[in-house]
Design a binder for this molecule. Structure first.
Ligand code: 6PG
Length: 249
C-alpha cells in the first residue's frame, strides 16, 4: 500500500493530528474486539505527543482502560535512567490514573541480560496476542498484531533499534531481539521488535521532525518497494495504513 505523507507547520499541529488518528482508531478497535494496542516509539520526537495524550481533554476521549502500551524498542539501561524509553513517559502516559498497571508492558532491563529480556518480551507479546478476544492466529504472518506502532527515524534510516547492516535487521523468526547501535549512538545495547513483527501492525505512524532528517526521509520514501538492507525504515510495511507525520522535513 502507498504510504500517506502528511506535512505540518508545527509540532503542535502534528501531535494533534496523530492524537486524532489514535483516538479514532482506538474506538474502532475497542468496538470491534474490546482492546487497543499501541507500541510506543523511543527518542525525543514523540515526547510532545505523549504529553498531549496525557492531557485531560484527550484522556477523557481515550479508552485507556482497554488500551495496552508496549514499546517498539528499549535502551538497555535501568527504567529510572533518563535515556530509558520507559523513563521518558513515566510522568505522562504511565502516570495516568485511568490506565491500569497491567496495561503497561515495558521491556525489562534490570537483573536480566538483553537476550533474556528479548525472550521474555517475546513471550509476553505472544501471551497478549493469543488471548481469545483478539481472535488472532499469532503463527500466521498475515494476521495483524499491534493496532498501532509509533516509529521514529534516525539520520541513518534506522527505526526502533533496527540499524543498517545489522543481523537484527535481518531477523525473520524472533519477535524481539537484542540489538547494538553504532558506536556513535548511545546507549549502544538495545532490545527491539524485529521487522516481521513491526510489519504485522495494522497502522504504522512515523513521526519525524527537523531539517536534519529531510534527506533521509526523502531517500526512504524514494526507496523502491522490495529493496532490502539499505534503510531499515524503508522496509517497514503495515497491514492497513502507513502514515508519515512530518514537521520541518
Ligand atoms: C530509540 C528510538 C529510535 C528513535 C530514532 C529517532 O529508542 O532511540 O526507538 O528509533 O525513534 O532514533 O530519535 P529522535 O526522535 O530522538 O530523533
Amino acid at each position: 500500500m502507498e504510504p500517506e505523507i502528511r506535512h505540518f507547520a508545527t509540532m503542535e499541529q502534528l501531535n494533534q493530528a496523530v492524537a486524532v488518528n489514535l483516538l479514532a482508531f482506538s474506538h474502532e478497535c475497542v468496538r470491534d474486539y474490546g482492546l487497543f494496542s499501541v507500541a510506543l516509539a523511543g527518542g525525543n520526537t514523540p515526547l510532545g505527543l505523549y504529553e498531549l495524550l496525557s492531557t485531560p481533554q484527550v484522556t477523557k476521549k481515550f479508552p485507556l482502560f482497554n488500551t495496552h502500551f508496549f514499546w517498539g524498542d528499549e535502551r538497555f539501561v535501568p527504567h529510572d535512567d533518563p535515556m530509558s524509553n520507559v523513563f521518558t513517559v513515566k510522568d505522562t502516559l504511565l502516570s495516568l490514573p485511568e490506565l491500569p498497571l497491567e496495561n503497561i508492558h515495558p521491556i525489562q532491563t534490570q537483573n536480566i541480560t538483553p537476550e533474556e529480556s528479548a525472550t521474555a518480551y517475546e513471550a509476553e507479546l505472544k501471551a497478549y496476542f493469543s488471548q481469545s478476544e483478539l481472535d488472532l492466529d499469532i503463527q500466521n504472518p498475515n494476521d495483524p498484531l499491534f493496532d498501532v506502532i509509533l516509529l521514529g527515524v534516525g539520520a541513518d534510516g534506522h527505526t526502533a533499534s533496527l540499524f543498517p547492516g545489522t543481523d537484527t535487521l535481518n531477523e525473520q523468526t524472533r519477535w524481539v531481539a537484542p540489538a547494538s547501535a553504532p558506536e556513535n549512538v548511545v546507549p549502544r545495547q538495545r532490545v527491539t521488535l524485529t521487522l516481521p513483527i513491526i510489519n504485522r501492525s495494522r497502522h504504522v505512524y512515523f513521526i519525524v521532525s527537523g531539517k536534519s532528517k529531510s534527506a533521509i526521509v526523502s531517500k526512504i520514501l524514494d526507496t523502491p518497494e522490495g529493496t532490502v538492507g539499505v534503510y531499515p525504515a524503508a522496509q517497514v510495511r503495515a497491514q492497513d495504513r502507513i502514515i508519515w507525520f512530518l514537521h520541518d522535513i
